[in-house]
Design a protein. Structure first.
Length: 135
């Protein structure tokens, strides 16, 4: 279906340092089919930012705890992805919303914008899109 006939590209308020969340028509259509709402995105992005900040604060210091090592590694991967314009994947452990998004960084290297590529509930079956002629 041509989602652009129903949806416009939408910019909504973000969370934390992320000032804007961009939703293109295809993303909005798939979110509607999957029952994911903007607040779900904000909650997941808030959790992602916590990990981003934790990894950033650790810098390159040596850490022993596995959770801290993971945050440190993820931060490095996400920072590189943002610089190269590649998508970031994140599963919010609290809500189980899985996000794929592009991150735009500000002049100080902080996340400023998230363009959502897709979002869905991890572990749930993807709904079938409606057939042609359906609403």
């Amino acid at each position: 279906p041509d989602e652009r006939k129903v949806y416009d590209t939408l910019a909504v308020a973000g969370v934390g340092s992320i000032q804007r969340v961009i939703l293109v028509p295809h993303t909005q259509h798939r979110m509607d089919l999957r029952g994911v709402v903007v607040n779900d995105l904000r909650l997941a992005l808030r959790e992602w930012l916590k990990l981003w900040e934790q990894g950033k604060s650790l810098g390159k210091q040596e850490v022993r705890k596995p959770a801290l090592r993971e945050a440190q590694a993820l931060y490095g991967q996400w920072q590189e992805a943002a610089k190269r314009g590649l998508p970031v994947e994140f599963l919010d452990p609290k809500t189980h919303v899985f996000l794929v998004f592009l991150v735009s960084l500000g002049s100080g290297g902080e996340p400023r914008e998230a363009k959502i590529v897709t979002a869905y509930w991890k572990g749930l079956q993807d709904p079938r899109p409606p057939g042609s002629g359906a609403c």
